[in-house]
Design a protein around this ligand. Structure first.
Ligand code: AMP
Length: 394
């Protein structure tokens, strides 16, 4: 990675504003349902504490849309952080108001203050310069460690970097180093597996990967647009009819570049978009008019497994079926197991794929499970992420 990290600068005695990703799922009683994102931020925070910085943390939580909404307060996060760091984390009542100013002006080296949800400020998502300046005025250095929002140019992810020396934390460093190195110097065969609902979401990824991978396996809802483009009968499966030409163009480009594209040959289809409706396994090219494909079938699972045999690098983004329904998550789970079995360098992005891996207890068999679905997708598209571009070069 060519961006400076917290190890490249002197933080002793400095006020360091750290943009974290504390966007954790909450229970109805306000308790944290899954604290993994907070746990993941601890190495950066501890490094700063141990090196004598005054640590000011900020994050968004949910979508309060510029209004102060108590149900999106970061207070439960402050409590969890205090437990994990074994020290008192003071919670500001606001983002850049009197409370934030007072608490951050009154710090000793090693102290930690958490600002309120940055999205309580109307300017945050607009990347408002005034808000960026106010955030910057609280600190001497800016550290971005929130990979999940690195593809967004908001005040706390990008704007503030124009007014302070800005470097990355360990989490962003890990994401970029791992994904960057893998894409630049993949061990081959290099296979990408793409799933999810829509082709339109993944066009950029497919185009970028066509120059890098040996094989692209396509499953999930997006496969049906490709199948229809090839003239197959897909029933009422999800399909983007305005992307049929594009699907054919992508298939043609793949052919020219010598990239193998593997599509499903059979499907687990259902009469309704539901877990328990009438269902059967059929060839993907002959789906009856009143049925829709909700998962890949057993023959496809076998063929995808065969493609994966011997793979040295695997990138996976998006579920291969409708994982919200237990009966249609088989393909996704079997492919997760197959990737784990390869022992290949494996990178996973996206909530559904990551959830399947967690559920199967296979997380430690994957090299890297990205913390940012949208950000990792944009990275795979070869796009520059504003929250990383704005950091100082080495
Ligand atoms: P994405 O956000 O692009 O990763 O897509 C995830 C969504 O794709 C999930 O909500 C799945 O339900 C959906 N999906 C996967 N396979 C299918 C399918 N065969 N038909 C309809 N939706 C699907």
């Amino acid at each position: 990675m060519n961006k400076k990290t917290i190890k490249d600068i002197d933080v002793k005695g400095k006020k360091v504003l750290v943009r974290c990703d504390f966007n954790v799922p909450l229970l109805e009683n306000g308790n944290i349902r899954d604290a993994r994102r907070i746990v993941a931020a601890i190495p950066t925070i501890e490094y700063l504490i141990n090196n004598g910085a005054k640590v000011i943390l900020c994050s968004h939580l949910g979508r309060p849309k510029g209004e102060v909404k108590p149900e999106f307060s970061l207070k439960p996060v402050a409590k969890k952080l205090s437990e994990l760091l074994k020290k008192n984390v003071k919670m500001a009542e606001d983002v850049v108001g009197e409370s934030a100013k007072k608490l951050t002006s009154d710090m000793n080296d090693g102290d930690v203050v958490l600002l309120e949800n940055v999205r309580f400020e109307k300017g945050e998502e607009k990347n408002d310069e005034e808000l960026s300046k106010k955030l910057a005025s609280l600190a001497d250095i800016f550290v971005n460690d929130a990979f999940g929002t690195a593809h967004r140019a908001h005040s706390s992810t990008e704007g503030v970097a124009h007014f302070l020396p800005a470097v990355s934390g360990f989490l962003i460093e890990k994401e970029i180093t791992f994904m960057g190195d893998t894409l630049e110097n993949p061990k081959r065969p290099f296979i990408a597996i793409l799933g999810g609902a829509k082709v339109s979401d993944k066009i950029g990824v497919i185009e970028n990967l066509l120059d890098k991978v040996d094989t692209i396996i396509i499953g999930g809802g997006m496969a049906y647009t490709f199948l229809k483009a090839q003239g197959h009968k897909i029933g009422k499966s999800i399909c983007e009819n305005d992307k049929l030409d594009l699907a054919n163009e992508l298939l043609e480009k793949a052919k020219q570049k010598g990239v193998k594209i593997v599509l499903p040959t059979d499907s687990h289809i259902s009469k309704e978009f539901a877990n328990d409706a009438e269902n059967m396994i059929v060839k993907s090219r002959e789906i009856p008019d009143d049925f829709e494909g909700l998962d890949i079938g057993p023959e496809t699972i076998k063929s995808f497994e065969k493609e994966l045999e011997g793979a040295k690098t695997v990138i996976w983004n998006g579920p291969l079926g409708v994982c919200e329904f237990d009966n249609y998550c088989t393909g996704t789970e079997e492919i997760a197991k197959a990737i784990a079995k390869t022992g290949a360098i494996s990178i996973v992005g996206g909530g559904d794929s990551a959830a399947a891996i967690e559920k199967l207890g296979l997380a430690d068999k994957f090299s890297h499970i990205s913390t940012g679905g949208g950000a990792s997708l944009e990275f795979l598209e070869g796009k520059k992420l504003p929250g990383i571009e704005c950091l100082q070069d080495k």
